[in-house]
Design a protein around this ligand. Structure first.
Ligand SMILES: [Fe+2]
Length: 393
């Protein structure tokens, strides 16, 4: 286990409590227009019922904040198994005895009351509170995937600026860079330990692959359409999303390129050759703002590729954080010195099972969750997530 000093977030208990409340407002706002029947039912075998997500958010908070952090017994031990994501694959969740829409909000509120009481004068591990906040926020993105698949979300384009002119690909020089999260501040277990990685020189696409690029591939190769097109004609300047790793890999080969490794992706996003340092975001250390990245735009979708020129990474790549997750060629596994924290099921049980790493976050990702080091993962055939990609050579 990491010690609390290694993982403690900034902001203190007051800031964490405010973030918990804001996260809950957001969770409830996502489902405020959704009827109970649509909350309770299974919309896709790949996704949980939305009511399950809501109950699971509260059960996770009860487990990690109230029990592990505050020393309480679980509020509803009878629900522990129902809401254990590892015990219950998504395809089976529709048959579980999860709390339905008419009851689940009361359970969420009851757990939250316990959390507020615990956080008065809290002296436990603040990293557990941060974990609970981010967990709820990550489920917001999962819920948005479900809402999209169910046709319950109005999609729109966030911005319509054209990208500044530039080359198709940008160069990243050979040499070492620091990869992963530093020892201080909150980080997920799979982002540590920070390591020095030596890479040969490579090139990476300046922009993510767009709908227009993808149409050329479809026309030439008969490739699958991304999931959400539904017969409409999307703006060709948008980054393509809902493509599988397998299709992305085929596209890269069609262009005579390849997918970047996750080390290449992180170096292109984070490494500044002028200082030799790796920054937290492509634009530096300061957190995302609406001018820098399209994150957290409920009811929207990605902005056109290259719409945020001020957010260029040191090598000149645009749009690396926000809009669409980006597939990498790397299979999800541990960094050297990995230690599971706070539980094996967060990352470790997924290592070495064919999951591919995605980087960068999507329009549906909350700004608190994602940075240059954040590692997401999914199976290569999946395309329910807001995943696109860019190529390397
Ligand atoms: Fe979860």
């Amino acid at each position: 286990m990491h010690s609390p000093t290694e993982t403690a977030p900034r902001g203190g208990v007051g800031g964490l409590l405010a973030a918990l409340e804001e996260s809950r407002d957001r969770t409830l706002s996502l489902v405020s227009e959704v009827g109970d029947e649509d909350l309770d039912r299974v919309h896709s075998r790949l996704m949980s019922p939305l009511a399950w997500d809501l109950g699971h958010i509260a059960a996770f908070e009860d487990l990690w904040l109230c029990r592990a952090g505050g020393g309480l017994e679980l509020l509803r031990p009878d629900l522990a198994r129902t809401y254990d994501a590892d015990e219950t694959p998504r395809a089976d969740r529709g048959s579980l005895d999860y709390l339905r829409a008419r009851d689940v909000r009361d359970y969420m509120a009851a757990v939250r009351d316990r959390s507020r009481a615990i956080l008065e004068g809290f002296e436990g591990d603040l990293a557990l509170v941060e974990l609970v906040i981010r967990h709820e926020q990550q489920h917001n993105e999962t819920m948005l995937q479900t809402l999209c698949i169910a046709g319950l979300l109005q999609r729109s384009t966030a911005r319509a600026a054209d990208p500044p002119p530039g080359p198709d690909m940008v160069a990243v020089a050979a040499g070492p860079f620091e990869m992963g999260a530093p020892a201080d501040g909150f980080a997920y277990d799979n982002e540590r330990q920070r390591q020095v990685v030596e890479l040969p020189a490579f090139e990476i696409d300046r922009l993510p692959v767009t709908v227009g690029d993808w149409i050329e591939f479809m026309d030439a190769e008969g490739a699958d359409e991304p999931l959400h097109w539904n017969g409409t004609a999307p703006d060709p300047r948008l980054p393509v999303v809902h493509v599988s790793w397998e299709a992305a890999d085929a596209y890269a080969r069609f262009r005579g390129k390849r997918l970047p490794t996750e080390a290449e992706w992180e170096k292109a996003a984070a490494w500044d050759p002028a200082t030799g340092e790796s920054y937290r975001y492509p634009w530096g250390e300061a957190g995302p703002t609406p001018a820098l990245a399209n994150l957290d735009q409920t009811g929207c979708g990605p902005a056109p590729a290259g719409a945020y020129p001020d957010a260029a990474s040191p090598c000149g790549a645009l749009g690396m954080i926000g809009d669409q997750w980006e597939w990498t060629s790397t299979e999800f596994g541990p960094y050297p010195g990995f230690r599971a924290h706070p539980y094996r099921e967060y990352s470790e049980v997924f290592f070495g099972k064919g999951y591919r790493v995605l980087r960068g976050g999507s329009w549906a990702t909350r700004p608190r969750v994602v940075d240059n080091r954040f590692r997401n993962w999914d199976l290569p055939q999946r395309r329910q997530i807001f995943a696109g990609f860019r190529c390397a050579a």
